[in-house]
Write a protein that binds this ligand. Structure first.
Ligand code: HEC
Ligand code: HEC
Ligand code: HEC
Length: 119
């Protein structure tokens, strides 16, 4: 009986630590916005607004599309976004014809700050 209790205690403690670590990981503070510099005109990514639209669900993007690291590659520029749209990766997972948001074609200005940028 005493061994049983001891093991229950140890198992309970392990679960408690596990849940604590998981919570700590999810609590990594999200940025309000991120700036992606580009020769075609810098892109401001409204991070908090994007999360809000996904009802606070971080897993829509992390780590499926990107790790929680602004220094990690975005993998979006190849073929000026057409490759990402075809593969439904990076911003192209949503920003694609028939997707959740506007596709790149004809909408360069909605992301790139350079006035008069079009494609
Ligand atoms: C719509 C997609 C999306 C959602 C939803 C999202 N993120 Fe992000 N997040 C990104 C992108 C894009 C980056 C930058 C990745 C890169 O540069 O490779 C990022 C980066 C980050 C970073 C790193 C910031 C830095 O300065 O290094 C943290 C921390 C982060 N996100 C936390 C969160 C948290 C917490 C949530 C949920 C509350 C969340 N994210 C939801 C897209 C998203
Ligand atoms: C999970 C889906 C999703 C991903 C991934 C995503 N977006 Fe969006 N984005 C949206 C939605 C939804 C809108 C608003 C709908 C619309 O205007 O078509 C939006 C709107 C925007 C806007 C207009 C300003 C705003 O936030 O309202 C910009 C700029 C933008 N996204 C840039 C990006 C960039 C850059 C990336 C990749 C780093 C990205 N998005 C990835 C869903 C996404
Ligand atoms: C949904 C937002 C979004 C739209 C729409 C968009 N872009 Fe981009 N673009 C980006 C982001 C973010 C980057 C930076 C990519 C990276 O770092 O991997 C980028 C990078 C680029 C680059 C590379 C620039 C450099 O300095 O290496 C070019 C060229 C480009 N875009 C052209 C276009 C053209 C042309 C259009 C319209 C047909 C367009 N973009 C539409 C977000 C967007």
């Amino acid at each position: 009986m005493r061994t049983w209790m001891r093991w229950t205690l140890i198992a309970g403690l392990a679960v408690w630590i596990g849940v604590g670590l998981l919570a700590a990981q999810q609590k990594k503070k999200e940025p309000e916005k991120l700036l992606f510099p580009s020769k075609f005109g810098n892109v401001t990514f409204l991070h908090a607004k994007h999360t809000e639209r996904e009802k606070g669900d971080c897993t829509v993007c992390h780590d499926k599309l990107w790790p929680q690291d602004a220094k990690a590659p975005l993998n979006y520029r190849e073929g000026m976004h057409k490759v990402a749209e075809a593969k439904k990766i990076s911003c192209g997972a949503c920003h694609v014809a028939g997707g959740k948001a506007f596709a790149s074609v004809g909408n360069c200005n909605k992301c790139h700050a350079k006035p008069g940028a079009k494609g």
